[in-house]
Design a protein. Sequence first.
Lengths: 183, 297
Amino acid sequence: MADTKNMKNIFNTLDALLENTDFSKVTAESTGFSELKDGYYLCEVKKAELKVSKSSGNPMAAFQFKVVEDGTSFSFDAKNKAIPITLKGTKNRVIFKYYVFKDETSVQRFAGEMLRFEDENGESILTKEYFATSELIEDALDVLIGMRIYIHVETTENDDGTSSTWSNLITWKAASALGLKVD
Amino acid sequence: MSAIDTIQSIVNCELVNYDFRYCFVNRSKIPIRPDGCEARTDVMSDFVELHELLDSPMLTRKRICGVGVSIQASKVCAIDVDSCFSKAFDATTIDERGKHVLDLFEDIAYCEFSFSGTGLRVIFLHDLINNYSDMYYIKNSKSNIEYYQPSNSNRFVTVTGKYLSNNPIQHVEGTSIALQQFLEDFMVRPKKTKTQSLVADDDITYEEALNKTKRLYIQNSKFQELWFAQAPGSGSDESERDYQIVAMLYENITSNDEIIRKIFETSPYFQSKDDYHIRKWTMNNYRYFRYMFDHLK
């Protein structure tokens, strides 16, 4: 009897929820997760591996970062002084980042970003020698697993009205200058 | 549909009476010249008069499936409303977007079905709108509507001759009003709040300028990357980077040269310069900086 009553309650609650749910924008690709807001996120590398891009067939380095603390965005007062705002509920979210190797520029860009992983003294963890061969790059990616770095998530508007979201790695020096917590 | 079908439709409507510059279009939607080579959209002479298509052996080739016109070479304006007819070539199935655009232009412009039959194309004459891209989208992906004007965008559009409104293509009173209404309704770019909130200010203290600079590198990844980068030294692009930073300070912070110079010198980028480049910066009373600054003015 109690079970029947409970089920009825669940059905009522679910029906009320369904009645007020807008399905117009739901597609098979919908994840249910909102995009991370623009801001700075302290992350840890959970996965870093060489893969093949499904869309282009080019090799790529695929990263999975886990946000280890709620992110930070900034508002500004009348004198443009930055006021940090905590982006609550963002801890433990995951950021995926892919570096597709299609030409020399993309490889240089990848190497430049990898050099932003620094130790506590602000020295790059990797050296340029790590980018000489694919085997060494694979080693480099292994070295980076568990490392922490700030990621700047930024949305820009394109000419056609769509928007693009970028995630850029930030050195400790830059993070410190931005007023972010650097231990 | 074939190129011959299209040309037959063209000669039976107002398109034939305007001096368009044409090309063939193949199945991959690539513009093709009468000699069979790909037409370069930035080369006006690759687009020809209609009779040159008729004389071309390409006319009957299987891979040629339509006819295009160059917006630039033909000096016309065009609007594309994608997928506004739910049934191809059936005007009764038009959606609200298409109906709104058709209502604005059907009495003053030539309007036809697109190649697929599910889109609407409007062709008319109008003067160029200066700084168009600053205010309006060329393609608004949210509403699937495009506007082309004969500037340097190097566009071509396929034409069908399957008209919905067969007005002559000529300067008509009322086009400006219809176009303005169309642009306001469908193509206005949203204001960019982030960048607009940072406007260069002459009347600013050094401390305020420092705050604005910090705001700029918090919000703008490109500036942040330049600001915190290691100066690369001789044989690279250090001068270019100097110029980019100074230009962004000039555009976003202040036009006061002394403040720009002092702020630049606080950057981690400047502080990583080698002795040679520091000397280059300071020598002859900052002549190098003043040269860049004069360029910006």
